[in-house]
Design a protein around this ligand. Structure first.
Ligand code: NDP
Length: 331
């Protein structure tokens, strides 16, 4: 049983030295626990926060301790955990091949016709983040111009499509022409901007008469450009700030906040966990939209537990399209 541990707290951008792959015993499930075999592991931007000792919305990982993440797993053995061997479950599990987990911490996976990996993506935490963020925070209305940053990622790709379904004209901002083509093609967004090769502000001036709704996944210069183009009564949802996660000192802030006075815009941060009592309904609705062909999704699958660090680091390089997962075992 191989398992990843945190070798040290990274300064700036993490690298291979941040991760330590160890041989561990296959755990024995205690009372109320199940032994599970991991099938898919999720790597997520928020994990960068857990590598830090300082404050973050998730508990810091211990140096030397195992890394954890959302994972889909198969029950191998149950010691009164309430599951049968062979059942597929999702939970917060170590980056490992096998783990022992409390039955109360595991949820059965029911993704219907879709692959079980979608329980980590469009039908999992990222999909639900987009669902509540769009519907209850950003609240795009018919005819609104809505901008989504990080638009080709796990959360952003769902958020942009939900914006279009609510009648907004969505402009997706992403880091390559291939991603922009995907957004305006298969996903049906109104327009796309490649922030790596284009001036985001200039392009927004060409494409829009200002921004009514902004779903922000990245922060940094993209967000600076969008803020200066907000319209009266704009709504901004701050979902994440990945452009800044590896910065030891934040280089600039959105300093020209006079724009918010002028426009009476509302800026609101949110955490998906706050909507937990309604996760079931959200997942059901997302499943219906996918089944009905109204919501497209993509996954970037990296094979092998040993490649989990590369998959995680790739999030900061934009190597993923849609949800990045690691396939730990065949199933
Ligand atoms: P993604 O699948 O979007 O992966 C990260 C993407 O961010 C990359 O593909 C890359 O795409 C983009 N990116 C990386 N560095 C930069 C940069 N410097 N500037 C602009 N874009 C960059 O991840 P998720 O969908 O899982 O997460 C998206 C955001 O949502 C993150 O900020 C995350 O922390 C946040 N989040 C918040 C939650 C909440 O409850 N509030 C819950 C889940 C996620 P590109 O090629 O376009 O650069």
């Amino acid at each position: 049983n191989r398992r990843y541990h945190l070798a040290k707290r990274p300064e700036g951008t993490p690298d291979a030295d941040t991760f330590d792959l160890r041989e561990a015993e296959r755990p024995e499930p205690g009372p109320g626990q199940a032994l599970v075999r991991l099938l898919y592991l999720s790597v997520d931007p928020y994990m960068r926060g857990r590598m830090r000792a300082g404050e973050s919305y998730a508990e810091p990982w211990d140096v030397g301790g195992p890394l954890y993440g959302g994972a889909v797993a198969e029950v191998v053995e149950s010691n009164g955990a309430g599951f049968e061997p062979g059942e597929t479950v999702v939970g917060n599990l170590p980056w490992a091949e096998y783990a022992a987990a409390d039955g109360s911490e595991l949820t059965p996976v029911d993704t219907g016709e879709l692959p079980v990996s979608t329980a980590l993506g469009v039908l999992g935490m990222p999909g639900r983040t987009a669902y509540f963020g769009v519907r209850e925070v950003v609240e795009p209305r018919a005819g609104d111009v809505m901008v989504v940053s990080g638009a080709a990622g796990a959360v952003g790709s769902v958020a942009g499509q939900l914006g279009e379904l609510q009648g907004a004209d969505v402009v997706g901002v992403a880091g390559s022409d291939e991603k922009v083509d995907w957004l305006t093609g298969e996903l049906g967004l109104t327009a796309g901007v490649n922030y790596e090769s284009e001036d985001v502000g200039e392009r927004l001036d060409e494409l829009t008469d200002g921004v009514d709704a902004y779903y922000d996944n990245v922060g940094g210069p993209v967000t600076d450009a969008v803020f200066q183009r907000l319209n009266v009564d704009a709504r901004v949802g701050i979902c994440g700030q990945i452009a800044l996660y590896n910065e030891e000192e934040v280089p600039t802030g959105p300093r020209k906040l006079g724009k918010l006075v002028e426009t009476r815009a509302r800026v609101e941060g949110f955490l998906v966990g706050d909507f937990a009592p309604r996760f079931g309904a959200a997942t059901e609705r997302l499943g219906e939209l996918v089944a009905g062909g109204e919501l497209q999704y993509r996954e970037t699958v990296t094979e092998g537990l040993e490649n989990a660090p590369d998959a995680f680091l790739g999030l900061f390089e934009g190597e993923n399209v849609g949800k990045q997962v690691v396939e730990v075992a065949d199933h």
